[in-house]
Design a protein around this ligand. Structure first.
Ligand SMILES: NC(=O)c1ccc[n+]([C@@H]2O[C@H](COP(=O)([O-])OP(=O)(O)OC[C@H]3O[C@@H](n4cnc5c(N)ncnc54)[C@H](OP(=O)(O)O)[C@@H]3O)[C@@H](O)[C@H]2O)c1
Length: 242
């Protein structure tokens, strides 16, 4: 008996698909035979990625746009006839000391990292409840499990994602709908592009994961048979003493 959940011909929405973890997950799910709806702001990057995948479409958008979640779900159904997976992944990181942190930038991060994934999740889950199945994976972080000085607001956004994911998981137990989080440690992506070299060196001090490492974890969660749920998968660089 093959217990593995077959992803072939299933359909996923991936947010934050223009780079980093989202792009790597798109490549892995494409290799698994899934059709994909890719979203982020960078239209060129999305279209370039889609053109290199078997069956993927780009839907560029600003993740804080309240109309984007329904647009993505409708697009998936109209284009591919179904929706099975949502990888709720777009995010940014703004950190700093109490004295230096830009409060407006922090509040924008809360909109991107918390409000927007909530909107995506509830919109997708309403569709999943109608169809009786579906898989939502939210990108959290080790910062959703442990705090660090100067990361207070970012940690807050990821603790929120962990709590949100866990409560939804319990609410949906037994419905055929599964909800999980992926909690990466430091990954070599564009998340740190706006940082100074000292800060980058701090993040990389214990080594960095590659986006493909997280993509492998996401695929592992999705490929579990229907009676198995991995509620959270935490993956950190093996040499990082976190
Ligand atoms: N890298 C790490 O060490 C690490 C660790 C733990 C968790 N994470 C989480 O992993 C997720 C993905 O981040 P990443 O590391 O892959 O970083 P990344 O390479 O910077 O990717 C972030 C993605 O989010 C999209 N995005 C950002 N702001 C957006 C907006 N306003 N509207 C629409 N899309 C937006 C970006 O696309 P556009 O710029 O094209 O819009 C990009 O596709 C985030 O939730 C992050 O918090 C990362």
């Amino acid at each position: 008996m093959n217990l593995q959940n077959d992803l072939q011909n299933k359909v996923a929405i991936i947010t934050g698909a223009s780079g980093g973890i989202g792009e790597a997950v798109a490549k892995d799910l494409d290799a698994a035979g899934m059709s994909l709806v890719l979203t982020a702001r960078s239209q060129d990057k999305l279209e370039h990625l889609a053109s290199n995948l078997q069956n993927a479409k780009a839907v560029p958008g600003e993740i804080t746009d309240p109309e984007l979640p329904q647009k993505l779900v409708d697009f998936a159904i109209e284009t591919f006839g179904r929706l099975d997976v949502v990888f709720n992944n777009a995010g940014i990181m703004t950190v700093g000391s109490i004295e230096t942190v830009d409060i407006e930038a922090i509040c924008q991060m809360v909109r991107i990292n918390v409000e927007s994934p909530y909107r995506i999740a509830y919109t997708a889950l309403r569709h999943f409840k109608q169809s009786g199945s579906g898989f939502l994976i939210n990108t959290s972080s080790i910062a959703g499990l442990k705090t660090t000085p100067q990361f207070a607001a970012y940690c807050g956004t990821k603790f929120a994602i962990e709590a949100f994911t866990d409560s939804l998981r319990i609410e949906l137990a037994g419905t055929g709908i599964r909800v999980a989080s992926i909690a990466p440690g430091s990954v070599d992506t564009g998340l740190y592009n706006h940082w100074g070299q000292d800060q980058k060196d701090f993040i990389a001090s214990g080594g960095l994961l590659q986006p493909q490492d997280i993509a492998r974890c996401v695929r592992f969660i999705l490929e579990q048979p229907a009676h198995v749920l991995i509620p959270r998968l935490l993956a950190v660089p093996a040499a990082q003493p976190v």
